[in-house]
Design a binder for this molecule. Structure first.
Ligand SMILES: O=c1[nH]c(=O)c2[nH]c(=O)[nH]c2[nH]1
Length: 307
């Protein structure tokens, strides 16, 4: 650009809320509903809009919002949010000559089919806790990046966790322990190895099933077997094993990023000057806290391709 300036820009619409219902879907046990918050961000050649007030190349963000609803209507078969994001990305990059790339983010509300008296309800749902999200980047040339994951997956175990052998210096008061609660709220984001739209496998590969399976791999690794659990020497070690479990199970995943706050349950000990000890902690009464909390995060990437 002139004037010794470089301008990098993109524009889009955030938080477009859409719910899509598919009626009485075979094999799904009734109606299927998804509720999404969609974000669209377009990289496009529209510099004159910034520099000279010429809007002739601008795709209106209002049009982007409408496109979300049109494409949702056009999806006559159930689609995952990743597939929907690819559909949108493909549309924006192929329909508008000036659009070079699109980033589509979707956060899905976890509506889960309710079981009544042990029988899955045909059209009744309840809200689960953790959110599913995806961010898909589509370029005009057909290149693709997909990152998906879960947010707010809260897990706790009452034992089989410890932390010892860490650095001790003049500011350290935390005792070594082999017995503590371990609680966290996991954000897990995994990046698929698909590099082009044409790399995305056809059914039965299913992004939504991947979410469920990856969540199960994370939960199973965190908790261990039902009757005996698995000992965690640190959040760091457990995080690593959880990431490894996702990579080992899913050949289409190239890397995984895990964020695991260490949410502290503090031992309660109470004493008074007059009566001495009132409550002595015996792994029973805790003060649950939310701040401050430890913050442990790491990315695990395959160095050799699995596929
Ligand atoms: O699992 C843990 N990792 C840490 O890095 C840490 N630091 C701390 O004070 N407690 C813990 N626990």
């Amino acid at each position: 650009m002139a004037d010794g300036l470089k301008l990098e820009q993109r524009h889009g619409k955030s938080r477009v809320r859409v719910a899509r219902v598919w009626r009485d879907v075979k094999g799904e046990g009734g109606d299927v509903i998804v509720e999404w918050k969609v974000g669209v961000s377009l990289f496009s050649d529209c510099l004159p809009a910034y520099t000279g007030g010429d809007n002739s190349a601008i795709v209106a963000t209002d049009t982007m919002k409408n496109t979300v609803y049109v494409k949702a209507k056009e999806c006559s078969d159930v689609v995952s949010m990743e597939e929907f994001a690819i559909i949108l990305g493909k549309h924006f990059t192929s329909f508008y000559p000036q659009v070079t790339a699109a980033i589509v983010t979707i956060v899905e509300k976890p509506w889960e089919r309710v079981a009544v008296d042990g029988r899955p309800h045909k059209h009744g749902f309840k809200l689960g806790s953790e959110k599913h999200r995806t961010e898909v980047t589509v370029k005009k040339c057909g290149s693709l990046e997909i990152e998906s994951g879960v947010e707010g997956l809260a897990l706790l175990k009452t034992t089989m966790s410890g932390f010892e052998g860490f650095v001790r210096d003049k500011y350290t008061v935390l005792p070594d322990t082999r017995e503590r609660m371990l609680a966290t709220e996991i954000t897990a984001l995994w990046r698929y190895s698909f590099k082009r739209i044409s790399d995305v496998p056809a059914k039965p590969f299913c992004f939504s099933k991947m979410h469920a399976d990856a969540k199960k791999a994370l939960v199973d690794t965190f908790l261990g077997p039902p009757n005996c659990g698995v000992y965690s020497p640190s959040v760091q070690n457990t995080l690593f094993l959880m990431g490894k479990a996702v990579l080992n199970r899913f050949p289409h995943v190239a890397s995984v990023h895990l964020k695991m706050p260490n949410i502290h349950f503090l031992p309660v000990n109470l004493s008074s000057k007059d009566n001495g000890t009132i409550v002595k902690f015996a792994d029973d009464v805790y003060n649950p806290t939310d701040e401050p909390h430890g913050t442990i995060e790491a990315s695990l990437t395959r160095t050799l391709s699995k596929i």
